[in-house]
Ligand binder design. Structure first.
Ligand code: DCP
Ligand code: MG
Length: 415
């Protein structure tokens, strides 16, 4: 069970929040379609045209950052620090090793990569708050527990982003959104920092004050002038002074520096599905173990949906076989249900074709959700509902629907 409730002595709900941020995102995208840029200094310019000196740096690869190139810098200034390869090759005295590649921004391409990354976030967490093109908060509270399971979950998500999309993500996991954000930034690139409940204040205390969520470079300078150098100094600073200097924002950053942040990860829209996955320590072909795990997952997913008063119409299983082959099978029911046993039965049935194969990981998902008052399930209503006929849906459903149920039969009769 995930820890629930509140931290002792705190008004904060005990959440597990993951903040994910892709490393040098636009440059990483450019490397995807032009592998020659891998491990080279790469600068992506907004308003930049190839060969010209106009525009500003949108992002720079970590190799380019070593030359002093940074976001929002004029391209002309970046070029002084890091000449273009092509010019270095032509001109005497310029070393090719100390030169980089410059590319113009291509938002449509970056959006398509971002969408693949978001799919992974949504696959792995029910509640995702997308905050920018390459950054999101994931609420993992109901998906995993603190400890080794969480670390494994995080490593696997990083591996999936790297293997399936081809970019690296830095993850920060903490009990609050603001601490998770600081944690994801703490060990970039390719970082994974977990700050457990009770460790937030000590994790933050020695960091530079500019690391605190909400403290930009200008505020950081002003705080330093007040003698506040570290997050620990900010946590211990006089609240009245901060409030008079920075207003509401002063109060907020003071709280963040103290590890206090009661914001919940709120999705922009309603969740599209509920899922839960679990990896075996070692891939296993033991049938009992496989079904037992599937049953636990089905129960957990159904419980989460029921807690939120949500019905579902599609039930799916995910089966990962070594090395990393992901198979999904789904079945759509004739109408929305909230029935834990049924989730277990359908999941078991869908898993049947993989029974006894070596399995690395299993997942159960319910989707096609109906929320609260929208949900008035009745067999009579189902008899008039067109069955969703996705690829994997049970062949029997359509014909059963042409034969209206008598209102007494269980939905299981239709499967
Ligand atoms: N971006 C931009 N202008 C800025 C900052 C960022 O156009 N001043 C764009 C380019 C970045 C993307 O947004 O690739 C994501 O912003 P991040 O702040 O996450 O920066 P990066 O992903 O590039 O680098 P990092 O590894 O520090 O996350
Ligand atoms: Mg980023």
């Amino acid at each position: 069970m995930a820890q629930r409730g509140r931290l002792p002595g705190s008004s904060q709900p005990d959440q597990i929040v993951c903040h994910a941020d892709i490393d040098c995102f636009y440059a990483a995208c450019e490397r995807l379609r032009e592998p020659a840029l891998v491990a080279e200094p790469v600068v992506v310019g907004m308003g930049y045209e190839p060969g010209a000196t106009n525009g500003a740096v949108a992002t720079a690869s970590y190799e380019a950052r070593e030359f002093g190139v940074e976001s929002a810098q004029a391209i002309s200034e970046a070029l002084e620090r890091l000449p273009r390869k092509i010019e270095a090759a032509k001109r005497d005295g310029l070393s090719i090793e100390e030169a980089g590649f410059y590319r113009p921004v291509d938002m449509a391409y970056y959006e398509s990569v971002a969408s693949d990354i978001r799919d992974i976030f949504h696959e792995r967490a029910d509640t995702v708050r997308e905050v920018s093109i390459d950054e999101a908060y994931l609420d993992l509270t109901d998906c995993v527990e603190w400890g080794e399971e969480l670390r494994r979950f995080a490593r696997e998500m990083k591996a999936e982003i790297a293997d399936e999309v081809g970019v690296t993500a830095s993850l920060g996991i903490a009990p609050t959104m603001s601490a998770a954000k600081v944690a994801s930034d703490h060990d970039k690139p390719d970082g994974l920092v977990v700050v457990e409940p009770g460790e937030v204040r000590s994790f933050l205390s020695d960091l530079d004050v500019s690391a605190v969520h909400g403290v930009g470079p200008v505020t950081a300078d002003e705080l330093r002038e007040m003698g506040i150098e570290t997050a620990g100094d900010l946590a211990a600073a006089d609240l009245g002074k901060l409030e008079s200097a920075f207003g509401e924002r002063g109060v907020r950053v003071h709280r963040y520096a103290r590890g206090e942040d009661d914001r919940a990860v709120e999705p922009k829209g309603k969740p599209k599905s509920f899922s839960r996955e679990s990896a075996f320590t070692e891939p296993t072909s033991a049938v009992d173990e496989q079904y037992e795990r599937l049953d636990t997952l089905a129960t957990a997913v159904a419980e989460r949906a029921s807690k939120r008063d949500v019905l579902y119409q599609t039930i799916a299983v995910k089966v990962v076989t070594p090395p990393f082959d992901v198979h999904t099978r789904a079945r759509s029911l004739p109408g929305p249900v909230a029935d834990a046993d049924l989730v277990g039965e359908v999941a078991t049935d869908l898993f049947g074709e993989f029974e006894g194969e070596s399995v690395r990981k299993l997942g159960v998902r319910v989707s096609k959700l109906s929320f609260g008052s929208e949900t008035q399930p009745s067999l009579a209503a189902w008899s008039q509902t067109d069955a969703e006929t996705d690829e994997q849906s049970s062949k029997g459903i359509d014909s059963e629907l042409t034969d209206p149920p008598d209102g007494q039969r269980s939905l299981r009769d239709f499967l």
